[in-house]
Design a protein around this ligand. Structure first.
Ligand SMILES: NC(=O)c1ccc[n+]([C@@H]2O[C@H](COP(=O)([O-])OP(=O)(O)OC[C@H]3O[C@@H](n4cnc5c(N)ncnc54)[C@H](OP(=O)(O)O)[C@@H]3O)[C@@H](O)[C@H]2O)c1
Length: 309
């Protein structure tokens, strides 16, 4: 069962599981229109999957998960929100529901693959990051058979942030917050899906409990924009450093107006390195990861082995 199986990550995971011959159930808030939002190729490959209604804001005790998990062997949680809306709060969607899900998985012997993120800290400024960190702790406190997957920034068709960054990359001027000095190791969403399939098929391995994943190249935001912009005939964009106070004011305004994806959590993430401590991507894929962007002069080439332990 892929929760959030119509989202950017979830749809690729669902399609990859389906292609491997697994029976897939997609968890979504809107079963009637869930498949309509997928690109045609994915819609075609998932046309026969079962859709099950799931609203995380009300799935906050292990008992309410029971009827949803009855026939499920493995559950992948790829649900996430960028903004709170009514009862859909960070606390309920990112923390309470996954915590209850982990207890239900523990009780029913269901394997759980929880998609989280790099750069979470219990004392982060933003509630978005704190709620996701709290879920990780709650899952780790159970004796469920779980893997917590922490991917770096994802690149690929249809990702909200990925599309937004590509659009930004084409602009002649790149406005870069001065605080955005942190590096990340963007990876292809198809690679992530493939890695998650391997984790779904791997049971009871303590060494796969925490899985950090990234691409082969470490870049700052400015370098990433250059790399996804660059084609042989592209002129480099002009970099305009944005003072921290202005960047923070703009992020707070985006939060206030519910504009996505920029906001205080993103600014906070960009200000620190978000690199996998031990990059397990190549081990899971059994091949070299798909390159993301071009290796611009500004990017710091780091073979995957160098990121690994
Ligand atoms: N995108 C990235 O670059 C990236 C990088 C690292 C980690 N991640 C993590 O990966 C996870 C998935 O991210 P994504 O980019 O795939 O996000 P996404 O495209 O926005 O998909 C999230 C899915 O969650 C479902 N959802 C939202 N609110 C829900 C609720 N209240 N109850 C049940 N389902 C709900 C939605 O499905 P329905 O609309 O069908 O209900 C939506 O399709 C998140 O935890 C995110 O932090 C993403």
């Amino acid at each position: 069962m892929v929760l959030g199986g119509t989202g950017f990550v979830g749809r690729h995971v669902a399609a990859a599981l389906h292609a491997r011959g697994h029976a897939v159930v997609i968890g979504t808030r809107h079963p009637k229109r869930a498949l309509k939002k997928l690109p045609p190729a994915l819609r075609a490959s998932l046309h026969d999957v079962e859709l099950r209604e799931t609203h995380f804001e009300s799935l906050t005790t292990r008992y309410v998960w029971k009827p949803l998990l009855g026939d499920v062997d493995v559950v992948v949680n790829a649900v996430g929100i960028l903004r709170e809306r009514g009862a859909e709060t960070y606390e309920r969607v990112h923390n309470m529901a996954p915590a209850a899900l982990a207890l239900a998985c523990e009780r029913d012997g269901v394997r759980l693959v929880h998609v989280s993120a790099l750069g979470l800290r219990p004392r982060a400024y933003s509630l978005f990051l704190r709620s996701k960190a709290a879920a990780e702790r709650a899952i780790a406190d159970t004796s469920a058979d779980y893997s917590i997957v922490r991917p770096s920034l994802l690149e690929g068709e249809g990702g909200y942030a990925a599309v937004w960054l590509r659009r930004l990359a084409r602009w002649p001027v790149h406005c870069i917050p001065m605080a955005a000095r942190g590096r990340f190791a963007a990876l292809d969403v198809g690679d992530l899906a493939e890695a998650i399939v391997v984790l779904c098929e791997t049971r009871g391995r303590a060494d796969w409990r925490e899985v950090e994943l990234g691409g082969s190249v470490r870049r700052t935001l400015a370098e990433h924009l250059d790399a996804i912009r660059a084609r042989p005939d592209d002129h480099p964009a002009l970099r305009l450093p944005v003072p921290n106070l202005v960047a923070l004011a703009a992020a707070s305004l985006c939060d206030l107006l519910h504009l996505t994806p920029y906001g205080v959590p993103v600014l906070e993430l960009l200000s620190r390195d978000n690199l996998p401590k031990a990059n397990r991507l190549r081990a899971l894929l059994g091949r070299t990861p798909t390159p993301v962007g071009v290796n611009s002069a500004a990017s710091v080439a780091a073979p995957i082995g160098a990121l690994a332990r």
